[in-house]
Design a protein around this ligand. Structure first.
Ligand SMILES: CC(C)(COP(=O)(O)OP(=O)(O)OC[C@H]1O[C@@H](n2cnc3c(N)ncnc32)[C@H](O)[C@@H]1OP(=O)(O)O)[C@@H](O)C(=O)NCCC(=O)NCCSC(=O)C[C@H](O)C(=O)O
Ligand SMILES: [Mg+2]
Length: 288
């Protein structure tokens, strides 16, 4: 049995929204980000902090990977958010606008000082030009850092860019972040798609994210979960091909190269096929 944890669909929700927190217990997403930052008005932040901590500690979200997104470093809420999140012990503490490896190390020290359990990992958001330039060091700065999360709304804002189909203005930032995540061996999640009613646009962006190599997508609406779950899982044909590649390799044992369906298969293709099957098995084991 693989210890791979699927993160195909990771849904943000305002921690100030009681109804959303309750509803999330029945949403088929792989992960939740209980937000204290952008989705929560300043007056509502203290109550939202309590609600997020209670929800994360409740154990009522089943198999879902539950995280809390704190307010950014240097804001008036950040220190209290870190303490509350560390003590609630979610799977992850998501920190927006992380700009350097030094910030990662300081965040890890703060989480540990506040008593975060070992299973509470740091998820760092990449959403500024400075972060993109430093992303390789950010991704490798601490063993507690488990996930990079693209903040594409902030990136578009900081770049004076526009949200366009195909995301040409963001491709450099997305690719550099992916390279950094893979070099450091951490997971990476694509940014959100704001136009919640545009299903075709959303599915096209999921496919793009999957093809680039993202592990999953961050989401803002329950209606986006199913599309992300499908897009970021190996397709039926990918699973069939993976099995075929392994069978062809087994049959040609001893030779360094075989063919499957007319295509060359070498050891590296076998490793990819094994990865595909282990992801498929982990998703199948979820039973959803
Ligand atoms: C985007 C929304 C404001 C839309 O809200 P609304 O118009 O109320 O949607 P619906 O009427 O279609 O909602 C239907 C029901 O689903 C529930 N719902 C909606 N969204 C969520 C959610 N995210 N999680 C759980 N449940 C949700 C509604 O309560 C309705 O339930 P019911 O009343 O029982 O029918 C809204 O979807 C929303 O607030 N989304 C999350 C916004 C958010 O968290 N934003 C912050 C992160 S995005 C970001 O910026 C990332 C990054 O920092 C960057 O820079 O890119
Ligand atoms: Mg942001």
């Amino acid at each position: 049995m693989s210890d791979f944890t699927p993160l195909r669909s990771v849904l943000y929700m305002p921690s100030s929204n009681e109804r959303a927190l309750e509803k999330a217990k029945a949403i088929a997403c792989d992960g939740l980000i209980l937000d204290l930052e952008d989705a929560v008005a300043p007056d509502a932040k203290p109550a939202a902090r309590e609600a997020a901590a209670a929800a994360a500690a409740s154990g009522e979200y089943g198999r879902r990977t539950v995280t809390i997104r704190v307010n950014g470093i240097g804001t008036q809420w950040h220190d209290d958010d870190i303490v509350a999140a560390a003590q609630a012990g979610p799977a992850g503490v998501v920190v927006p606008k992380v700009n350097s490896a030094d910030e990662v190390r300081a965040l890890v020290a703060a989480l540990e000082k506040a008593g975060a359990p070992d299973h509470t990992r740091l998820w760092a958001m990449v959403e500024t030009p400075e972060a993109v330039f430093n992303v390789r060091e950010i991704a490798a700065a601490s063993d507690r850092l488990a996930v990079l999360v693209m903040g594409t709304n902030d990136l578009v804002k900081e770049l004076y860019a526009e949200h366009v189909p195909g995301r040409a203005p963001l491709l450099t930032s997305l690719s550099l972040s992916l390279l950094a995540a893979r070099a450091a061996g951490v997971a990476i999640l694509d940014g959100v798609y704001n136009d919640v009613k545009n299903i075709d646009g959303f599915l096209a962006e999921c496919q793009q994210g999957r093809e680039m190599g993202f592990d999953g997508k961050t989401l803002i609406h329950p209606g986006q979960v199913e599309g992300a779950n499908t897009a970021f899982a190996p397709s039926e044909s990918a699973v069939e091909d993976a099995r075929g590649i392994l069978a062809a390799w087994e049959e040609g044992k001893g030779s360094g190269v075989v063919t499957y369906n007319g295509k060359m298969v070498e050891n590296l293709h076998v490793e990819s096929a094994e990865r595909t099957l282990s992801i498929h098995e982990a998703i199948t084991a979820l039973g959803v």
